[in-house]
Design a protein around this ligand. Structure first.
Ligand SMILES: [Cu+2]
Length: 497
């Protein structure tokens, strides 16, 4: 490899000018470090899935470096705090220190990779190996102060600690941290800005998912009937996001997603829609063809309508509220799926349904923030309505079983690049047709030896994939748009021997 053609290594790499070989080696090391940090989040901990961590949280109380920038009278007292590492978070993530106290932080790296700790006032602890402990003198605290891990991406994933200066004059605190709010707006995962809510940390989302039952992902079994009748009752209710944060959800029958319906081509579905909410709502079933005017009309609270359709074609068809703005009604939970099997679909050992959707958090207890929705950047992304729930409550299968995953992207906005870590799909059916069936491409070009790594879906697209897990293990289900996986579009298929 010539000097000219060799990739340029990171410029900040330490060390002197060396031979081409040693510089190349350093460049490789640099690449390995960068890749290792990036992949470490998702791939280095297959046993625990997306282990810990969180996303950027910027509560109004974090005013930045106050220590050393404001004149205070030192108390002569030292506040001692021990920080641990949990996944990609510091615990505790908020430290309260009387103003004028010196702060000494003992960092215990209880995580499984290196972390450092730097504060906005310049106090810095060098990177600590897993299992190591070190003490940092942060200095005399004169105002609110933020600290973080400065390793690439760690701060953005939630490795932030907020020092709240108790008794600091208002000028040294931000507007959000005036008296009495230190334990409110600075609560982990609950940072609020301008009446809306910052993205919760990954750790807080995972903890809540573990504390709650999972939405059942099993495809409901077919019965022999060709005529199906359901009542869909619309509700508006609270749904927890983290231990300290709820959102208002709008549902069909109290869950988001709503009920998963299952039938065959030619089946007829009779839906009675009843609005028990506080505003107008409606429903639109993609699974049947109807003139929209009457069945998809918006009904006011207390009203009902009948919606009948015949499922003429196979697919996993979205349904959703069609009341404007549809983006908000879908983002607030009003969506679900109708699975219509292709004729002759073979029996498999396991059938699951995975529906992706996005959360754009409004203020605590409130529905989604429409401005955020319009901005297309979700705070949280979910499989079957709740982030990370199948990490805590995995889907299950046994080695050698054929697993079929019906997948729908409910949106309202984000795409889904559905991948199951460690596997390949030997069967892919999407939007009306097989692309691959048991390893054979439908154009006949490849017979018995082809496969796929993702099922890629835009909002309202759906399909199914099949895989046969080769060995026992925890197989992560991810949106391979990795930032969306890190926001919750992540789960686990637990395979036993
Ligand atoms: Cu609605």
């Amino acid at each position: 490899m010539s000097e000219q053609s060799r990739p340029t290594g990171p410029r900040q790499l330490p060390g002197r000018e060396g031979t081409p070989t040693s510089r190349a080696a350093m460049a490789v090391v640099g690449v390995v470090v960068v890749v290792g940090v990036a992949l470490g989040v998702l791939l280095a901990r297959p046993a625990t899935g997306l282990a810990g961590g969180g996303m950027t949280m910027t509560p109004a109380a974090t005013a930045g470096g106050g220590a050393g920038t404001t004149t205070v009278t030192p108390t002569g007292h030292t506040t001692e705090v021990t920080l641990h590492v949990s996944g990609m978070s510091f615990t505790p993530s908020t430290i309260q220190v009387p103003v004028g106290d010196r702060l000494r932080v003992t960092l215990v790296n209880s995580g499984d990779q290196r972390h450092d700790l730097v504060f906005a006032n310049g106090a810095t602890l060098e990177p600590l190996a897993p299992g190591a402990t070190a003490v940092l003198d942060v200095g005399v605290i004169s105002g609110n102060l933020e600290g973080w891990c400065s390793l690439p991406g760690h701060r953005q994933l939630g490795m932030v600690v907020h020092v709240v200066a108790i008794g600091a004059p208002a000028a040294s605190s931000s507007s959000g941290s005036s008296s009495g709010s230190a334990s409110g707006s600075a609560m982990p995962g609950m940072g609020t800005t301008g009446g809306t809510t910052a993205a919760p940390t990954m750790a807080d989302l995972q903890a809540e998912a573990a504390a709650l039952p999972a939405y059942p992902a099993q495809l409901p079994p077919l019965d022999s009937s060709t005529d199906h009748s359901y009542t869909f009752t619309i509700t508006q209710q609270q749904d927890p996001v983290t231990a300290g944060l709820t959102r208002e959800v709008w549902t069909y029958n109290g869950t988001t997603p709503g009920p998963i319906l299952h039938g065959r081509v030619g089946d007829t579905f009779h839906i009675t829609l009843v609005n028990h909410g506080t505003m107008g709502h409606s429903i639109d079933f993609h699974a049947g063809e109807v003139a929209p005017d009457q069945p998809m009309r918006t009904i006011e609270p207390g009203q009902s309508l009948d919606y009948t359709f015949t499922a003429g074609r196979a697919g996993i068809w979205m349904y959703h509220c069609a009341t404007m703005p549809m983006s908000s009604h879908i983002a607030n939970g009003m969506f679900g799926a109708v699975v219509i099997e292709p004729d002759g679909l073979e029996q498999v050992d396991r059938s699951y349904v995975v529906i992706q959707s996005e959360l754009y958090l409004g203020a605590n207890g409130q529905p989604a923030d429409a401005t955020k929705i319009a901005g297309l950047v979700p705070d949280v992304v979910a499989f079957n309505g709740r982030a990370f729930q199948y990490d805590a409550h995995p889907l299950t299968a046994a080695v050698g079983q054929r697993v079929r995953l019906w997948v729908l992207d409910a949106g309202p906005n984000a795409a889904l690049s559905f991948h199951v870590v460690g596997t390949q799909f030997d069967t892919v059916w999407t939007e009306g047709a097989y692309r691959i069936h048991h390893g054979t491409a439908t154009d006949g070009a490849t017979t018995g030896s082809t496969g796929a790594q993702v099922l890629s879906l835009l909002p309202a697209e759906g399909g199914f994939v099949e895989l046969v897990p080769p060995a026992a293990g925890r197989y992560a289900l991810v949106n391979h748009e990795m930032s969306l996986a890190e926001k919750g579009a992540h789960g686990v298929l637990q395979v036993t021997g």
